[in-house]
Design a protein around this ligand. Structure first.
Ligand code: 7RM
Length: 649
């Protein structure tokens, strides 16, 4: 038996962009994509210099790329200010009075910041940071709700050359301690709270808790979102609005080196302590700017909405830096998708006339489960382009998104990328790429993606292997903060000079990339290597199923048996008969080897706080009945207890 991942699902539905869409898009034909992609791979310096030149540089670079594997420097010798590129430059290009951020709070209030207003707020807050003694390269931890001040705080750090590390507002005090002590932050920016699902998340209280353990923070700046009286520690804690009132709203952006650190973002490895992914100014900005322009095809009259939290890389690249450097108008929403009910997102789309909408498969599956009445009763006709990110999207969920949300007319960009890659790496270009439900399709410009087997040979079509990137790209991570060895070991050890993503994938005959999941999640049944994504997609295709997670369990004969956890749609009753039907359904769609040995029905699956299914926990649970590893990133602890009871039955 080969070591490669086999593939059994084949998808024949092909969707091409309409003539109308292509005509107005930046990239209009596959010929144009292929020509530009070829150039970008053969002459990356030429291609990326052209992209970078669209940004504002206070000093031009002397060399586009300096590559000493695994360390890259982009736009060597160049100097720029990332914040100036996202804000100041729109004051002189006709966008000063254009809405930059249209924000809606969970309780329902809304607020608009034009680029001019954003500029004033950012300059003022940069002056607050300077007054607190923050210097270039100092680390500042940001722990905020989804309010404009979160983005203002990030931009103000960038403006003065400080390095932000945003921690998702749903993380605990313990997670803050880990991150603070790893990056040795000097200041924390937080809020008295944020609204989520009708309640208040006690952000400042969590910070106080964390600072009992990590004592080197000198300043805590508190944005007043809620307005309740909260404990403030004298000499350490200050209110944002009080400090802002003391400083000027004018600030001239100084240039920093292209390789100046911009931010650290922690990503949980499957085991051990979180990795602080380090990104730097010039290359990161060029990558996020360029991907927004081509993949979201951002135009001046678009209203763009990315539903991610700023605590994830998606929020960094596709709420803060990419959209703002493109000068687009964007919607930002504070709360939960189901508050007060599952119609909230569609109300927002209708109210602000959203044209580009970017969300995660986990959200789409939750909407499917909630029922069609929510989107059906809203006017979604302003939408022209849809996107997904975070996980492979099951073809059934793709079709629902296409029909119910996109009205059958909007291209879908399924964007594959990682915290480490900084920007989208594999994705359709909406005006030209023919898509099939479930594939992220083709590499973006400058991305030399390939799928390799254990010996380093490139896999044939439909043969599964490891996804690698063979050349450096501008928005790549520069290191793991403070741990170069871990950086080399994690990403650069499998094949010489190449980046390993840790994902299993295959290409089809058209060269489309199909991501089958994290390599640790791949199953091995009787010597056949199966991607969990494929078995899950087959299950989700059944009309009763909303979501599923598939893992292997040690099996005497087969090596691994297939265990499926299944969540059914709203009003479906579970039964032994349904389990049998699902087993046969998988047999029919994929083949007998993929038939689950066991099916467990469950009301919810264990997920990370960004919505990714934690198969690692399920795998441990079915093998040992317990979960022992790191579960600090788990969204809802009660899910595990429920599953444990369920498994004992
Ligand atoms: C942006 C983000 C990265 C991991 C990645 C994949 C998975 C992300 C897709 C996807 C299939 C996609 N950063 N992933 N996007 N899998 N299709 N379009 O999610 O660092 O949090 O996660 O997410 O496994 O390696 S991340």
């Amino acid at each position: 038996m080969s070591d490669n991942i086999e593939s059994h699902l084949s998808e024949n539905r092909i969707f091409k962009p309409s003539k109308e869409f292509s005509k107005n898009a930046r990239i209009k034909s596959m010929a144009q994509y292929k020509r530009m992609h070829k150039e970008s791979i053969e002459k990356p310096g030429v291609f990326w210099a052209r992209e970078a030149k669209e940004l504002t540089w206070q000093k031009k670079w002397t060399k586009a790329l300096d590559w000493k594997p695994p360390y890259a420097k982009w736009f060597v010798g160049g100097k720029l200010n990332v914040c100036e590129n996202c804000v100041d430059r729109h004051l002189t290009n006709g966008r000063a009075n254009k809405a930059a951020i249209i924000w809606e709070g969970e309780p329902g209030e809304s607020r608009t910041l034009t680029y001019r207003q954003l500029h004033r707020e950012v300059c003022q807050f940069a002056n607050v940071l300077l007054a607190q003694g923050i210097k270039p390269k100092d680390r500042v931890l940001i722990y905020m709700p989804m309010v404009p001040e979160a983005v203002i705080a990030m931009l103000a750090c960038a403006r003065i050359g400080a390095v932000h590390s945003v921690v998702f507002g749903g993380f605990s005090a313990e997670s803050i301690v880990d991150r603070l002590s790893d990056c040795k932050a000097k200041a924390v920016i937080t809020a008295d709270g944020g609204y989520r699902r009708g309640g208040v998340v006690p952000l400042k209280a969590n910070v106080d808790e964390a600072l009992k353990k990590y004592k080197s923070v000198e300043t805590v700046i508190v944005h007043q979102r809620i307005g309740d009286k909260i404990p403030m520690k004298r000499g350490r804690d200050v209110y944002w609005h009080e400090e802002a009132a003391r400083v000027s709203t004018k600030h001239v952006a100084k240039a920093f080196d292209s390789e100046h650190p911009l931010f650290i973002l922690y990503t949980s490895g499957s085991t051990g302590k979180p990795k602080g992914i380090l990104h730097t100014a010039g290359g990161y900005l060029t990558g996020t700017y360029s991907t927004c322009k081509y993949i979201f095809d951002m135009q001046d009259d678009d209203v763009y909405w990315c539903t991610a939290d700023v605590g994830w890389v998606t929020g960094h690249s596709y709420i803060a830096y990419g959209p703002l450097s493109n000068g687009v108008t964007q919607v930002m929403y504070e709360g939960a998708p189901n508050h007060p009910d599952f119609g909230r997102f569609w109300d927002i789309v209708e109210k602000y006339g959203v044209t580009i909408f970017y969300t995660a498969p986990t959200a789409i599956r939750a909407f499917i489960k909630a029922g069609d009445q929510f989107p059906d009763s809203r006017d979604l006709s302003s939408l022209r382009l849809l996107g997904t990110v975070g996980e492979p999207i099951n073809p059934e969920a793709w079709m629902w998104y296409h029909e119910k949300i996109g009205g059958g007319r909007c291209p879908i960009v399924d964007t594959w990328w990682q915290t480490e890659t900084g920007a989208i790496m594999i994705s359709p270009l909406p005006g030209c790429t023919p898509t099939k439900p479930g594939t992220a399709t083709l590499p973006f410009f400058g991305v030399d993606a390939a799928i390799l087997d254990e010996t380093g040979e490139e896999c044939a079509p439909n043969e599964g292997g490891k996804l690698v990137i063979r050349k450096p790209w501008p928005s790549m991570l520069r290191s793991i903060y403070g741990d170069k060895k871990r950086y080399r070991d994690t990403y650069w050890n499998d094949y010489k000079g190449m980046y390993t993503a840790g994902d299993g994938a295959r290409t089809d005959r058209q060269g489309n990339f199909w991501i089958v999941g994290r390599l640790d999640d791949v199953l091995n049944v009787s010597g056949h290597r199966l991607g969990t994504a494929e078995v899950e997609s087959a299950l989700v295709e059944h009309k009763a199923v909303a979501e599923s997670a598939v893992v292997g369990r040690p099996h005497e004969i087969k090596g691994q048996g297939v265990v499926a956890f299944v969540t059914v749609k709203g009003n479906i009753k579970t039964s032994e008969a349904l389990a049998k039907e699902l087993r046969n359904h998988v047999g029919k769609v994929i083949g007998a080897i993929a038939k689950p040995d066991e099916i467990y029905f469950t009301p919810s699956l264990p997920k990370t706080r960004s919505g990714k299914i934690m198969r690692r926990l399920l795998k441990e649970l079915v093998a040992t009945g317990e979960v022992s590893g790191n579960i600090t990133t788990l969204e809802d602890y009660s899910v595990i207890a429920d599953l444990q009871k369920n498994l004992k039955k």
